[in-house]
Structures are given as C-alpha cells and as structure tokens.
Design a protein around this ligand. Structure first.
Ligand SMILES: [Fe+2]
Length: 287
C-alpha cells in the first residue's frame, strides 16, 4: 500500500465473475475532483480538437434517429457554460489527449486492471469520455464498442441497461455491422424493450460497469449531470470484434455466417483471416 487513497472501490470477486458479461456496481471518489469543475471542463473543451467534442439538444427521443438529432445553436463553450438552463447533451471524447485527464484515466484503470487481467487479459486502448448533460436530458438508445465503467461525478442519472446477448434487441447481423462499419451508435428502439431493462440509478460516487455492446439509454435527474467514462479493450473483446467484422464481410457477399461464439474453432480461423486481411490492407495503404 502506498497510503494514497484508492480512486475506485471494486469488489474483486464480483468483477472477476461479471466483467464483460453483465453490469455490476462499483463506487468511486472522483466527485468534487478539480478536473470536473466547469472552468476546467471549459479549458478541456477549448484544447480538444473539434472532432472530439460532440453536443446536441438534450430533449431528444429515446429512439432518436441520429441523422435528425436537433442542434441547440450554441457553441461548444456556451454549451458548457449554459448547461444548467439550456437543454443540452455533450460528450468530450478521448480526454486522454490532455495529460491531466490521461493521468486520472490511467490511475483509475490501473485499479481495474489489478482485477481484470485474471479474466480479461490485455487491457489496451485506454480511452476516457466526459459527459455533461442538462437536467432532464436523454441519451438515446445505443451501444458502445468498449468495456466501460461509467462513473457518476455530479447530478443523478437513471441508466436502463439491456442484456447484450438478447438477439431480440440487437440482431447478430446488426452486431456484425456495428463492428465492421462503425455506424452511428444509436439503435432502433421499441417501447416494449423497456420491460427487459435493468434500471441503475446513479448518484455521485456511484459507478456501473457496462459490458461491450450492452444496449442502453439514459435519463438525467433534476440537476446538471457530469459523468466520467473510463474504457478499454481486452484481447477477447478485440478478437470478438474482429470475428464480427469478418462475418459482416461474409454477409456482404451473400453468405449467412455462423454466429460469433457458436464455434470457437471457426471463430479462431475467422479472426486469423481478419487480422491477415487488416495487415494486408495496412501494408497496401502504406505502399
Ligand atoms: Fe453509452
């Protein structure tokens, strides 16, 4: 022990049992951290390249069509300043580009890694996201490609998380396409899905693990919400993504590939083929 207080409180047994399988709760000590103060977030917003700052109106539908997402007419900086009164939703992406956020992200993920390597070795591509949302705003139904721990820093959030193995919500073909083409994260939503949701109410100090491609949608409570998402990939998640991408290529040629996980040996062969193809494409591009 170094004497420095831990940033996260993780039950190692729970993590080893559930990581990348099902959501579970953790606690953290980031509420009140100076990196999440408005003035510091404004500086981050100015320093990040434009493509790392995404924002739009916060009063959107759960099943929002990404192409029709309404804008607010505000600049990114105005959005941060006026987040309390202007219905907005904002994400600052890849905050590890800033050395201070990078240090915090790595400190948090080093604590995760102490437990995760035993069940999901190869922690890689550490990426951090800061979400800033107005009271009452909605994040539409979507899924993400990373292993994620969503840490609630300020305000309250209600997250509805769905089983990522439920092919009645996201089909195998949609999953294949998601990993191959990286389409917009939003997913088609039907009201009846909500009966299958696991609801997680998060207050400052709470965190929840969101496994790869877990469909979810989020509602913010009565105050401004600030959340920090600490994400990474593992050897297994990268391999699975590669097999899905290979299957997507087979589908484009009119095949009906076996689902990922149905045949581990076939998955191995597909992953090797996908990696070889990726390497070849990389060499051709460089050439
Ligand atoms: Fe998400």
């Amino acid at each position: 022990m170094t004497g420095r207080p831990e940033l996260l409180e993780i039950d190692g047994d729970v993590l080893r049992r559930s990581l990348d399988r099902e959501p579970f709760r953790i606690r953290h000590r980031l509420s009140g951290h100076p990196l999440f103060a408005v003035e510091r977030l404004l500086r981050l917003c100015r320093d990040l390249p434009e493509e790392c700052v995404e924002y739009n109106a916060g009063d959107v539908a759960v099943g929002q069509d990404a192409a029709l997402t309404p804008r607010t007419g505000l600049s990114a900086e105005e959005t941060v300043r006026r987040i309390a009164e202007q219905q907005s939703w904002m994400v600052l992406k890849y905050v590890e580009r800033d050395p201070e956020y990078r240090a915090l992200l790595h400190a948090c993920l080093d604590e995760v890694r102490r437990h995760s390597e035993a069940v999901a070795p190869g922690m890689d591509r550490r990426e951090g996201f800061v979400f800033l949302s107005s009271p009452g705003s909605v994040t539409p139904f979507h899924m993400d490609p990373e292993l994620n721990f969503l840490l609630q820093v300020a305000g309250k959030k209600r997250m509805r998380l769905f089983d990522n193995a439920d092919r009645g919500i996201v089909s195998e073909a949609e999953l294949d396409r998601f990993h191959a083409d990286h389409p917009h994260r939003n997913l088609p939503f039907r009201e009846e899905f909500d009966a299958r949701a696991r609801v997680h109410d998060l207050a400052p100090g709470d965190g929840v693990h969101v496994p790869v491609t877990t469909p979810h949608w989020v509602e913010v409570g009565d105050e401004v919400s600030v959340s920090f998402s600490i994400t990474f990939r593992s050897d297994v998640s990268e391999r699975r993504a590669g097999v899905h991408a290979w299957n997507a290529a087979l589908r484009r040629r009119g095949w009906r590939p076996r689902a990922v996980g149905a045949s581990p040996r076939l998955d191995d062969a597909k992953y090797l083929a996908w990696r070889a193809r990726r390497r070849l494409v990389g060499m051709l591009r460089r050439g």
